[in-house]
Design a protein around this ligand. Structure first.
Ligand code: F6R
Length: 364
């Protein structure tokens, strides 16, 4: 049932405020300022290092969470794609928490990586959408993301629910490790509780994004740029666009542009820049200017302040509401998804069942 939407993907994008609200309330029941984990939970005072492993979109959720675990909890983090991790035979040192993220819980590479960590890691934790799945069953602790069934092959609501759970886990880690004073903790919790309402404001930009997508659908290649915690989101935006619209898209950390990819820029190249007005913004703006100086077409996704400071010479702007910096990757996932969705619709591709892809990849 598509609930009045043309595609499951559109329905699942629209459901995000609701399911993310459910996820937040599950781990942070009202009146409580402490993140609650099921069962024996995790004692982060004993964790010295976090190893996160996943594939595809779930891998990008892990890459984003690395910024949170490092910055908020001051915990060393390593992230890898499951198909590389296992064959590298990485040493797992004492005090390692191994964390696996998977929507389906059946991804063969991720499951094999989990099995590699058994008897090596101190604790195996998974972040999953399907509680009965193999990955959930084989973990010491399974953390549900409560996204509900995801039918569209391109992951949308599962991604943002993964991010939400991972952020709450990072907050818990920070609290356990004494890295979070009560005031900052309350600040993060309040920001999380306010998130669903802000996501609704982002969804209201649907028509603007649809118009921008119309222009994007004429491109042969698209670049996505982001800095800091927005870099993994640029990767996710590029993945979404290529998998459903079949337009070649790549993402770079904004600062890497000058080390090679800038050679690709000409008047045919749209460059999507994901940049809330944060402390890294000025740096991103100078990268944007390098693109425009070579006649590249910049699509700036930012907030009021960012757009008023940096929209000169820009091809398209997409306006996001202001948000607590830490939560920006969750919010900016929405324009990334809608941009890919409307571009694919404009091109007439099969949005829910893109060619060559399956919802659950059970071969290695
Ligand atoms: C992209 C997508 C895939 C999956 C990947 C992992 O939209 O859906 O990249 O994220 O195959 O799948 P799960 O999360 O089920 O392990």
């Amino acid at each position: 049932d598509k609930a009045g939407h043309r595609h499951f993907m559109a329905k699942e994008i629209a459901e995000q405020p609701e399911v993310i609200g459910d996820t937040i309330r599950h781990y942070l029941p009202s009146g409580d300022d402490m993140v609650n984990l099921p069962g024996d939970g995790v004692d982060f005072t004993k964790v010295q290092r976090l190893t996160m492993v996943a594939c595809g979109t779930a891998y990008y959720a892990c890459l984003t969470a690395k910024y949170w675990f490092e910055q908020i909890a001051r915990l060393p983090v390593e992230v890898d794609v499951a198909s590389e991790f296992r064959y590298r035979e990485p040493p797992i040192t004492e005090g390692t928490l191994a964390l696996f993220v998977s929507q389906s819980g059946e991804t063969a590479d991720t499951l094999a990586a989990l099995r590699y960590c058994r008897d090596k890691a101190d604790q195996i934790v998974s972040v999953i959408n399907v509680p009965e799945s193999s990955i959930a069953r084989e973990s010491d602790l399974a953390l549900p993301i409560l996204a509900g069934v995801e039918i569209g092959v391109a992951s949308t609501k599962a991604f943002t629910c993964q991010l939400t759970v991972l952020l709450m886990l990072a907050i818990k880690a920070a609290a356990d490790r004494g890295e979070l004073d009560p005031e900052t903790m309350a600040d993060h919790v309040a920001a999380l509780r306010g998130l669903p309402a802000i996501l609704n404001v982002a969804l209201d930009q649907n028509d603007t994004i649809k118009a921008a997508a119309q222009r994007l659908s004429e491109a042969r290649d698209v670049l996505f740029l982001g800095r800091g915690q927005m870099y993994p989101l640029a990767l996710e935006g590029a993945l979404k666009l290529k998998e459903i619209s079949y337009i070649h898209a790549e993402a770079y950390a904004s600062g890497e542009l000058k080390h090679g990819p800038i050679a690709l820029i000409d008047k045919h190249m749209p460059v999507v820049v994901m940049a809330p007005r944060d402390t890294l913004f000025d740096k991103t703006v100078s990268n944007m200017q390098e693109v425009m100086a070579r006649r590249g077409k910049v699509m700036l996704i930012s907030d009021d302040r960012g757009i008023s400071e940096a929209s000169e010479g820009v091809w398209e702007t997409i306006r996001m509401p202001h948000i607590h910096t830490t939560l920006a990757p969750i919010l900016y996932a929405i324009p990334a998804q809608l941009l890919a969705y409307h571009t694919a619709v404009a091109k007439g591709t099969d949005v829910d069942q893109p060619r060559n892809l399956a919802k659950s990849v059970t071969v290695e």
